[in-house]
Design a protein around this ligand. Structure first.
Ligand code: SAM
Ligand code: SF4
Ligand code: SF4
Length: 337
C-alpha cells in the first residue's frame, strides 16, 4: 500500500519530534520562556513510536530523523534508537540536536546504532551563542561535535541558520571551522516558522548570497539534492575540502519534491512544516486500531495532501502581499524541525 498526494508526491521521509521540550530558547525558533507543553501522559511511548515508524516504513518511508524540541532531553533516547535500528526498510536514521548534551551522549548514541548526526551551530562566538540560544554555552556544543566525531558518527553535519545582522558575518568562519575539522556545514535560510519569532524577509540571508560569499573564497561545484528531494542543495569544494549544503526554503522553495511527513511528540501526523493542525494517530493507537486501520488513516490523509506553503509564500512575497503572521502555525518545537 503506497500512497501519493494530490501532487503525486510519495511518503519517503519521516521526522519525529520525540519531545517538545528544549533546554535552549533560540531567538529564531522558540524565543519565549514558556509554551503550552504537551502533557507527559500525551507523549508517545517508544513502543508507540516504533509501531508507527514500522507502519510508515510499510507505506514507503525510507529515511527517519529524530528531532524536537531537543531530542537529547528525552530520557533514554538511545533505547528508541536501538529499537528503530531493528526495523527493516529504514535506509537512513539520523538525529538533529542542539548539541548541549552531546558530549555525554555521543558514544551511547553510536553504540545504540545511530550512524550520523546533525548539530545546530550558528556561531563560533561565545557571546553571540548566548544571545541566540538565550541559555546555551558554546563550549558544551563544541565539546559535543568533537565527541560525536570521536565516537564515529559520520558525517557530523553542522546546521547554521543565517540571520542578517546576527551571524551573516560568520559564514566563512563557519566554513573554515568545518573544513579544518572535517565537518559538513549546512546553511539554512531563516524562515517564519511558528508564531513567536520576529522573522522578516530582510533578515533572511538568501541561498544565493550564502553561495556567493563562500564561492568567492572557496570555489564550489554543485552536486545537487540528495535523492533528488533533500531540502539542501549540496556543493563540493573544488579544492577537495569537503562538502557543504544550502537550504533555500524561502527564496528557492522545493515543495514540488517534498516527501516529508512529521510526527509530533503527542502522535499528530502533520503533512507540512507550516501546517495549522495535525491528525491524531495516538487516538487511533490508544483506541485499539489495527495496523491496517492506522495505515488506511495515513494513506487517506496523504492522498488529500495539497501542501506547498513555501512555493506559495515565495510567490506572495514577490507580489508584495505576504503576511507571515496570517496563519496560526504549529510551533516548530512541536512539529520537529
Ligand atoms: N533542538 C534541535 C536543534 O536545534 O538542532 C532540533 C530541533 S530544531 C527545531 C531543528 C532545526 O530547525 C535546527 O537546525 C534549527 O536551526 C532549525 N530552525 C529552527 N528555527 C528555524 C528558523 N526560524 N528558520 C530556519 N531553521 C530553523
Ligand atoms: Fe531548541 Fe532547537 Fe529550537 Fe533552538 S532550534 S530552541 S535548540 S528546538
Ligand atoms: Fe514541504 Fe510544506 Fe516545506 Fe513545502 S512548505 S517543502 S510542502 S514542508
Amino acid at each position: 500500500m503506497k500512497a501519493v498526494d494530490t501532487h503525486r508526491r510519495p511518503i519517503k521521509d519521516l521526522r519525529i519530534s520525540v519531545t517538545d521540550r528544549c533546554n535552549y530558547r533560540c531567538t529564531y525558533c522558540m524565543p519565549l520562556d514558556e509554551y503550552t507543553w504537551i502533557e507527559r501522559a500525551g507523549v508517545l511511548s517508544f513502543e508507540e513510536i516504533t509501531r508507527l515508524v514500522g507502519l510508515f516504513v510499510h507505506l514507503g518511508v525510507e529515511k527517519v530523523r529524530l528531532t524536537g524540541g531537543e531530542p537529547l532531553v528525552r530520557k533514554d533516547l538511545e533505547k528508541l534508537i536501538a529499537r528503530l535500528t531493528l526495523l527493516d526498510g529504514i535506509r537512513d536514521l539520523s538525529l538533529t540536536t542542539n548539541g548541549a548534551l552531546l558530549a555525554e551522549k555521543a558514544a551511547i548514541l553510536k553504540a545504540a546504532g545511530l550512524r550520523r548526526i546533525n548539530v545546530s551551530l550558528d556561531t563560533l562566538n561565545a557571546e553571540k551563542f548566548k544571545q541566540i540560544t538565550q541559555r546555551g554555552n558554546l563550549e558544551d556544543v563544541l565539546a559535543g561535535v568533537f565527541a560525536a566525531q570521536s565516537a564515529g558518527l559520520a558525517p557530523v553535519k553542522l546546521n547554521a541558520v543565517i540571520i542578517r545582522g546576527v551571524n551573516d558575518d560568520e559564514i566563512l568562519d563557519l566554513v573554515e571551522f568545518a573544513r579544518k575539522n572535517r565537518f559538513e556545514m549546512r546553511f539554512i535560510e531563516y524562515m517564519d516558522v511558528g508564531n513567536t519569532n520576529s522573522w522578516s524577509l530582510e533578515k533572511t540571508v538568501t541561498k544565493r548570497e550564502i553561495f556567493q560569499t563562500i564561492d568567492a573564497r572557496y570555489s564550489l561545484r554543485e552536486v545537487g539534492r540528495q535523492d533528488g528531494r533533500a531540502p539542501a542543495v549540496d556543493y563540493q569544494f573544488v579544492d577537495g575540502g569537503g562538502e557543504i549544503g544550502i537550504i533555500g526554503s524561502v527564496t528557492e522553495p522545493f515543495c514540488c519534491s517534498c516527501t516529508r511527513v512529521r510526527l509530533t511528540a503527542d502522535g499528530k501526523f502533520v503533512t507540512c512544516l507550516f501546517a495549522e493542525q495535525g491528525y491524531d494517530l495516538k487516538a487511533l493507537l490508544r483506541g485499539g486500531a489495527t495496523d491496517e486501520q492506522v495505515c488506511q488513516a495515513i494513506t487517506g490523509i496523504w492522498a488529500k495532501r495539497d501542501d506547498r506553503y513555501s512555493d506559495v509564500r515565495w510567490q506572495t512575497i514577490q507580489s508584495g502581499g505576504y503576511q507571515a503572521k496570517a496563519r496560526k502555525k504549529i510551533e516548530m518545537i512541536t512539529l520537529g524541525g
